[in-house]
Write a protein that binds this ligand. Structure first.
Ligand code: SAH
Ligand code: SF4
Ligand code: F3S
Length: 437
């Protein structure tokens, strides 16, 4: 083997957990002599890290593969790898349908990448979509000591046992598994030594974390003892796992940022039941009330699905009413998308025009609330973790405590610094301010 590094190009779809996994895969493949590139045309390996959450996921993969094909024709040594949730759900189909794909690996098998890479170098193909017993992160190469961006993701929990009627995640990511707290603390320490000031703890159901005493609140409390780690966030949470200790932590733990993504999906009890969410709208609202009692300025966000099978106009109005009552700082909303193999796929779908109209109305309301929340920041003081220079010279950008993008005019190097900022102006997707401390 020569010592010239091979080039790895990764394209990542889907949730933050895929973003984290892509980093870990790149670090693992570094052991096989790869360094990452942003330029697909010079790649020795193209890795597509896919998402299966809504329809068209597989189509997107095949059209990406179509675009890569000329590269493979020009360079027959180019290796094509497919990872992520489409790989898990449709691995064998991909192998059959796309002969140009050399390697298919499901999310729970990433620690086997080195052997798989060695295999494809001998001209064979490799497929692994097992759910092995071993925790991939304990087997994967430990994280290298390299300079990192001030804000990092850290996966602490994977998989899901909730089986919402519309969702593929329990099938693509497997059963819920929590990583041991001591490993997470070690990883967080390593990140902080390399420049990280803020971690976002990730899991499909992050607040179901049970890798240490006290669950997620206990882990946050241990993490907040790390000097130099200034901010902690977590996502995504399920309302039924918002326990008393975690709610209290939002009032007591100053490193826990006042931002919470707590998806409710619908405001109708009938639909929540059909979705198998296992809570009512009222129960969700009471949880929100308790969280706000612990941390009055918390910014709340959610996910919504409109047009779930059987959703009537009255059900949709219940969703609109819940949104008005909560008053979100931001939220994501999607049209229901039928996923083969899930219980909801058995039920008749609503007409597309009905879903479109509902989605537009919901998004208009959510947008109004987002704009109001941003405008509500004007005149207030917050802290900002600065991450990068702005597009115009003399400008710096970072994130506020409430995860708003904030820009200030400033000279010098602010990367990784946290400053007090007075917010002066609200724009559509960001705020501007001035440093006051
Ligand atoms: N574990 C998280 C979310 C995982 S998926 C939770 O329980 O909230 C992210 C979001 O995608 C979901 O919150 C849901 O709003 C949306 N989603 C999942 N499956 C979907 C489907 N079949 N159709 C439309 N949206 C879907
Ligand atoms: Fe999917 Fe529900 Fe699990 Fe979230 S809680 S990942 S929506 S099954
Ligand atoms: Fe998508 Fe898998 Fe994440 S389906 S949302 S990449 S868990």
């Amino acid at each position: 083997m020569t010592n010239v590094p091979k080039k790895l190009f990764i394209k990542t779809y889907g949730c933050q957990m895929n973003v984290y996994d892509s980093e870990r895969m790149a670090e693992t493949l570094a052991g096989q002599g790869y360094e990452t590139t942003q330029d697909q045309s010079e790649a020795d390996m193209v890795l597509l890290n896919t998402c299966h959450i809504r329809e068209k996921a597989a189509e997107k993969l095949y059209s990406d593969l179509g675009r890569i094909k000329p590269l493979k024709v020009a360079n027959p040594d180019l290796k094509i790898a497919v990872a992520g949730c489409v790989a898990q759900a449709e691995g064998e189909e991909i192998v059959k349908r796309a002969p140009m794909v050399d390697l298919v690996v499901g999310p729970q098998s990433y620690h086997r990448l080195p052997e798989m890479e060695a295999r494809i170098q001998t001209g064979k193909r490799a497929l692994d979509t097992d759910f092995p017993e071993d925790d991939k992160f304990e087997v994967m190469k430990s994280r290298p000591k390299v300079a990192r961006a001030p804000a990092a993701f850290l996966t602490i929990q994977e998989g899901c046992d909730k089986f919402c009627a519309f969702c593929v995640v329990p099938y693509t990511r497997g059963a819920e598994v929590s990583r041991p707290a001591d490993r997470i603390i070690d990883e967080a320490r390593g990140l902080v030594e390399n420049g990280v000031r803020e971690v976002t703890l990730l899991g499909q159901n992050v607040n179901a974390y049970h890798g240490c005493e006290g669950g997620l609140a206990g882990l946050c409390s241990q993490l907040s003892q790390i000097d130099g780690l200034e901010r902690i966030r977590y996502t995504t949470s399920h309302p039924n796992d918002m326990d008393d200790a975690l709610i209290a932590a939002h009032g007591d733990n100053p490193k826990l940022m006042p931002y919470l993504h707590l998806p409710v999906q619908s405001g109708s009890d009938r639909i929540l039941k059909a979705m198998n969410r296992k809570h009512t709208a009222e129960e969700y609202l009471r949880i929100i009330e308790r969280i706000r009692a612990a941390r009055p300025d918390i910014l709340l966000t959610s996910d919504f699905i409109v047009g779930f099978p059987g959703e009537t106009d009255a059900d949709f109005e219940d969703t609109m009413a819940l949104v008005r009552e909560v008053n979100y700082g931001m939220a994501y909303s999607f049209k229901y998308s039928v996923r083969p193999g899930t219980p909801a796929a058995e039920k008749p779908e609503l007409p597309l025009a009905v879903m479109d109209e509902r989605l537009q109305r919901l998004q208009a309301l959510l947008k109004e609330q987002q704009v109001a929340a941003q405008e509500g920041m004007v005149g207030k003081t917050t802290t900002v973790l600065f991450e990068k220079r702005g597009r115009t010279p003399g400008q710096w950008g970072g994130k506020s405590e409430h995860l708003h993008a904030v820009h200030v005019e400033a000279e010098g190097e602010l990367r990784g610094e946290i400053h007090k900022v007075e917010i002066l102006n609200a724009m559509t997707n960001s705020l501007t301010g001035r440093i006051i401390g």
